[in-house]
Ligand binder design. Structure first.
Ligand code: G2I
Length: 346
């Protein structure tokens, strides 16, 4: 159904009456507009990570994705191991599948990710400094250039810090020193001057040594004229570890540097089995995160790291934990969905 028709239907049904259509009597509960309608009305991006397997093969996945979200991030399809598995050999089949689907469904695309220590082929990791810098430039130029004008924002560098706020001792850092970060942003700007360029990390939700290191780096780089436009706060939370209550304050301090902020990979895991109490706690986490973002004008979007518990990285990485997303494995909306919905609609 087209959007105006859907809105008209919603308007009819919202009064809670029984209407008679050509097909027969329809009695509807008060309908709930999709997340994306409420988000778009306030110029906000509500996004999800997308996996190519179910996108191609599962109608329920596609329907929910395209009904509810106005932004998408490729969960894996734009990472280096997917796009340039061997030197200079680029494969864009999976990435193209996601961008084409997004374009057909009016979704903004967030690119993830150009320079990371993980999911980067061995051939990159073994290069000497000069060759590594060249490979980085070629990779960024080719990938960002291909999607210039079609990918709105990029995670240019991902997870450059260790958990104490030092620079992560990755092969990038070992071979190139901190300068690889600034270089990556400059290569990306050259390849698509219209894309907003982000630095993205985890465990930076609250104010702590790692988020402060991120803050200091962004401040320093901007002072040097490095083209960095946004900060991504991943948001991989767990109800057993408590909520970062200074999230809003943390978002605000980044915004005050003159950059946009995005919540880029939100999920809220729990020890399985889930029960009503844990799902209720989870929903308050979702609500608190989106409220914190909506409270800061420069917090431009929130992306969940997948939307259905059917496809989530959590159980593979944290055995015994899961149920982290707003929909069940069978695409039933959970209290967490309602929390996002109520915040966006409010
Ligand atoms: O680890 C959670 C996220 C943390 N921030 C960066 C994100 O890019 C990261 O996403 C996850 C994906 O959700 C997983 O799906 O990144 C993982 C890799 O570090 C992804 O897992 C990998 C598996 O480890 C591989 O075995 C698999 O071949 O996904 C690959 C593609 O399905």
């Amino acid at each position: 159904m087209t959007s105006p028709a859907r809105l008209a239907m919603a308007a009819v049904l919202a009064v809670g009456t029984s209407v008679t259509l050509a097909a027969g009597p329809v009695t509807a509960e008060v309908p709930s507009q999709p997340l994306r309608d409420h988000a778009s009305a306030r110029d906000f991006l509500i996004g999800t990570a997308v996996a190519t397997g179910p996108l191609a093969g599962e109608p329920s996945y596609r329907d929910t994705l395209n009904r509810e979200f106005n932004a998408v991030t490729a969960e894996n399809a734009m990472k280096w191991d997917a796009t340039e598995p061997s030197p200079g050999q680029f494969t864009f089949t999976a990435a193209d599948q996601i961008t084409a689907s997004a374009q057909a469904n009016g979704q903004t695309v967030h690119g993830h990710t150009l320079v990371w220590h993980s999911q980067t082929p061995g051939w990159v990791q073994g290069l000497d400094a000069t060759a590594m810098r060249d490979a980085m430039g070629n990779h960024i130029g080719t990938v960002v250039g291909r999607y210039a004008g079609r990918i709105a924002t990029w995670d240019v560098v991902n997870e450059v810090f260790d958990d104490n706020g030092g620079m992560r001792s990755s092969f990038w850092y070992q071979r190139l020193g901190e300068s690889y970060v600034a270089d990556a942003f400059r290569y990306a700007r050259a390849a698509d001057p219209s894309a907003k360029l982000c630095i993205n990390d985890y465990n930076v939700e609250g104010i702590n040594s790692k988020s402060t290191a991120l803050y200091n780096l962004v401040s320093r780089l901007r002072g040097q004229g490095v083209p960095i436009d946004c900060v991504g706060i991943q948001g991989h939370l767990a109800i057993q570890y408590g909520f970062p209550n200074d999230l809003r304050q943390n978002i605000q301090r980044f915004a005050d540097l003159g950059v946009d902020v995005r919540i880029t990979e939100l999920d809220v895991r729990m020890q399985l089995p889930a029960d009503a109490g844990k799902l209720a706690t989870q929903s308050t986490y979702y609500r608190n995160v989106i409220d914190a973002c909506l409270a800061v004008a420069r917090c431009t979007g929130l992306t969940v790291w997948g939307f259905t518990d059917r496809y989530s990285w959590v159980p593979d990485t944290f055995p015994g934990q899961g149920a982290a997303l707003p929909y069940t494995e069978n695409y039933q909306a959970k209290p967490a969905y309602q929390a996002l919905h109520d915040a966006l609609a409010g």
